[in-house]
Design a protein around this ligand. Structure first.
Ligand code: NI
Length: 203
């Protein structure tokens, strides 16, 4: 197992589209394991292969509440709690979707920024599991939001593309100009608190 480097916006490689896999090979199983380890090490709840510079359609997720997280077991929906996690999904495709919801999303490829994004509230998706067997799952809550966010990554899309055009442009220019704040040197106690409250929400 290995911790992989996560690409950060505005790295152009994040814009590459992932290719559907034909077969789950041992190499792809290793990649999935490395991606999970990488995701956990950065306290993320989801990671897409595009973020580690692999152009395959693979996403890994674990939205279960963790120690010190703001997200509590009682905040999980029934469908979300029923899903066996972590989830490793090759070739994920959303086949049904319903309703709308909003959430303050963050992303390991856009560290320290959180913005409200609209997503479908309920989804049914299909894909292949780690053994290459097809499966379908219906879910909602944070897991459904996270899956939509990760599938966007496979299409070269980031959550900051889903803001209003003005907001999106401002945020991107700001990052391009100033980069990301150094997490080891928070500007104030307040920022540190805000950061720690949100540490479970990087998708
Ligand atoms: Ni992300």
């Amino acid at each position: 197992m290995a911790i992989l480097e996560i690409l950060k916006f505005p790295d152009a490689r994040l814009r590459k589209k992932g290719v559907a896999i034909k077969k789950v090979t041992p190499e792809l199983q290793t990649l999935a394991a490395d991606m999970l380890e990488t995701m956990y090490s950065f306290r993320g709840i989801g990671l897409a292969a595009a973020q580690v510079d692999k152009q395959v359609r693979l996403i890994v997720l674990d939205t279960r509440p963790r120690e010190n997280g703001r997200y509590k077991p009682e905040q999980m929906t029934e469908l979300e709690a029923a899903a066996v996690q972590p989830l490793i999904i090759f070739n994920p495709v959303i086949v049904k979707k319903e309703g709308k919801t909003t959430y303050d999303e963050g992303c390991l490829s856009v560290p320290t920024y959180f913005e409200t994004v609209e997503r479908f509230n309920w989804i049914e998706f299909s894909g292949l599991n780690l053994q290459g067997a097809p499966f379908t799952l219906q879910t909602d809550g944070l897991l459904a939001i996270c899956i939509q966010h990760e599938i966007d990554h496979l299409d070269g899309k980031l959550f900051i593309d889903r803001l209003s055009p003005v907001k999106s442009m401002r945020l991107k220019s700001k990052i391009k100009k100033f980069g990301y704040p150094d997490p080891s040197h928070p500007d104030s106690e307040e920022e540190l608190d805000a950061e720690s409250e949100r540490e479970e929400h990087r998708l």
